[in-house]
Design a protein around this ligand. Structure first.
Ligand code: YYY
Ligand code: MG
Length: 149
């Protein structure tokens, strides 16, 4: 099984979308194995988005994600990385399909509600920024035998 790092960004929390977003993840069959709400530390945010450090939007991106509490999760399941990116929708909400989180709840790239890792390498890197090893939970969901053949 694959795992990925998912963040409900501060706008998602402020707009009361935590339950809606977690509901979509759970109903898809993906398993949440770690979860925390906190204001992300500036250094952690810079590390998390280090690939974008030269981009013009880097400063505003860092202040946005550290401006208020966000929800961090480790999400597990078959093809969890690709499935979560599909659930989130395109980075620019105006290009995101209806039925995706960004397509249903966002209008601007700089307020696009959610994050999910884009590869196995980024997932492991991002998980190690936001979680300690002992914060993950190993358990089986009771519906797993009906989710997987
Ligand atoms: O992985 P994802 O979040 O879908 O997009 P990235 O291209 O990695 O960009 C990360 C983050 O940066 C994006 O979710 C919003 C912000 N951003 C921006 O504010 N303006 C852009 N032109 C591109 C990205
Ligand atoms: Mg990205």
């Amino acid at each position: 099984m694959e795992r990925t790092y998912v963040m409900i960004k501060p706008d998602g929390v402020q707009r009361g979308l935590i339950g809606e977003i977690i509901g979509r993840i759970e109903r898809r069959g993906l398993k949440i194995s770690a979860m925390r709400m906190n204001v992300i530390d500036e250094n952690d945010a810079k590390e998390h988005y280090s690939e974008h450090c030269e981009k013009p939007f880097f400063g505003s991106l860092i202040s946005y994600v550290t401006s208020a509490p966000s929800v961090s999760m480790i999400v597990e399941g078959k093809d969890a990385i690709k499935s979560m990116r599909t659930i989130n929708g395109a980075t620019n909400p105006s290009e995101a399909m209806p039925g995706t989180i960004r397509g249903d709840f966002a209008l601007e790239t700089g307020r696009n509600v959610v994050h999910a890792s884009d590869s196995v390498e980024s997932a492991e890197r991002e998980i190690s920024i936001h979680f300690k090893d002992d914060e993950t939970n190993e358990y089986c969901r009771i519906d797993e035998e009906w989710l997987y053949e």
